[in-house]
Design a protein around this ligand. Structure first.
Ligand code: S3P
Length: 432
């Protein structure tokens, strides 16, 4: 049996930060509304702060208080030309959403990012926008990217890559485009943008036909202002959930967690694995579903997940792979192609780091197989993260069972969860 390094388990109520996806949208959409919006519980992590700085550079007045920010929206068409290129650090969401937003504005802008972001694909957002007459030049399909002033034309666009970032970038462009833009998605992607746009009075119509969704937006209709309470982030919670499940004597409670059905694959997957997780106090705020989550130590079993799970939990495979390593039977997770173009090639890093932890696993095509054992012998305790926050946090959880692991570039956690180490250790974790 694998010994329990943290013998008292993980216990308590961690403070989970605001949802990252909703936080980005809670800056961008109020900024183009027609009035003053108060945003509570926004995530103040590096990624979101890059979006915030970008909107300030585009002339939006944003007042930052402790737990809230106040945004004075400038309307759809009144952003101003930034004095300098806009730097977005590591944030793919900022890059894709802002490309859409800026493509309809009447000035030139340049978007830049760090090394990792500059290697990520941008044609996936540039091409549909170019189809709408946007003038966008990428650098070999990536950042830096230049957007020139253009009059966009409403089109019917089918999403060929299931991505909420692409869908949201197009929606933001469509808001300031005359006529009706239609977006068809054949696979589920997170729907925070549509939900928020509806609550800001956008002229948006949504039709669902099975897993197919058709979104129609009539552009050039001003958004009215609205206040937002950002729920806490399920993706950030997942590291605590798994740490409690795989360590004996654990019981944690997570409060005000976003439980959006386009994002909750991790809860469904862990449910299949026999996790003792209870969702309580289910409620709706700003049309987003929230709940509190109780998690107890559990004997997990392995499971097989088809590619449809990837649509609902793409960011959670690093931590799910850690959970699967301590189950009592093998797991296979299928259809993980999109994992290769995240903040790092996550499929490669999951495999490499699991193998270095002594875990028998393999990839075949884009499927990941994990064969748990009763004993692991660490081969290399240095965890390669390529500056990817979710790889870093997932292997901190691995360290509660196998420690001590050396997580390289641990400071990447600041992109989504600056207080991760403190919260994790407060509950019984062992990050030094
Ligand atoms: C996000 C969408 C997802 C996700 C990312 C955040 C968003 O990316 O991986 O962390 O906020 O829209 P894709 O849309 O590219 O799948």
């Amino acid at each position: 049996m694998i010994s329990n390094l943290i013998t008292k388990g993980m216990n308590g109520i961690p403070k989970i930060p605001g949802d990252k996806s909703i936080s980005h949208r809670s800056i961008i959409i109020p900024s183009i509304s027609n009035g003053i919006c108060e945003i509570n519980n926004i995530l103040k992590s590096e990624d979101v702060l890059h979006t915030l700085k970008a909107l300030k550079a585009l002339g939006v007045r944003i007042i930052e208080k402790e737990e809230k920010i106040i945004i004075e929206g400038r309307g759809l068409n009144s952003l101003i030309e930034p004095k300098n290129p806009i730097y977005l650090g590591n944030s793919g969401t900022s890059a894709r959403l802002l490309t859409g937003l800026l493509s309809s504005q009447k000035f030139k802008s340049i978007l830049k990012g760090d090394k990792s972001l500059s290697s990520r694909p941008m044609n996936r957002i540039a091409n549909p926008l170019i189809n709408m007459n946007a003038k966008i030049n990428t650098t070999n399909g990536s950042l830096p990217l230049t957007i020139e002033s253009s009059n966009l034309i409403a089109r019917d666009i089918e999403l060929t890559i299931p991505s909420a970032q692409i869908k949201s970038g197009i929606l933001l462009a469509a808001l300031n485009t005359e006529g009706k833009t239609t977006i068809t998605e054949n696979k589920v992607t997170r729907d925070h943008t549509e939900i928020m746009l509806e609550s800001f009075g956008a002229n948006i119509e949504i039709e669902k036909l099975g897993s197919k969704k058709i979104i129609k937006v009539v552009g050039q209709r001003e958004l009215y202002p609205n206040n937002i309470d950002v729920p806490n982030d399920l993706s950030s919670s997942a590291f605590f959930i798994v740490s409690a499940l795989i360590n004996k004597n654990s019981h944690i409670t997570l409060k005000n967690i976003n439980n959006n059905s386009t994002r909750n694959g991790i809860l469904l997957a862990l449910g299949k694995m026999g996790a003792n997780i209870k969702l309580i106090n289910q409620r709706t705020i700003n049309n987003e579903n929230l709940c509190d989550i109780e998690v107890y130590s559990s004997d997990l079993r392995g499971c097989e997940l088809g590619p449809e799970y990837a649509d609902l939990m793409i960011d959670e495979y690093p931590i799910l792979s850690v959970a699967a390593s301590f189950a009592n039977s093998p797991s296979v997770f299928r259809g993980l192609k999109e994992l290769k173009v995240k903040e790092s090639d996550r499929l490669k890093l999951i495999l490499l780091n699991l193998q270095n932890c002594g875990i028998n696993c393999k990839t075949e095509n884009d499927d990941l197989y994990i064969y748990p054992s009763e004993n692991y012998k660490i081969i290399n305790s240095s965890i390669q993260t390529d500056f990817d926050h979710r790889i870093a946090m997932a292997f901190c959880v691995m360290g509660t069972k196998l420690g001590p692991l050396k997580i390289k570039d641990f400071k990447s956690v600041n992109t989504s969860f600056p207080s991760f180490r403190d919260e994790f250790n407060k509950l019984g974790g062992n990050i030094f």
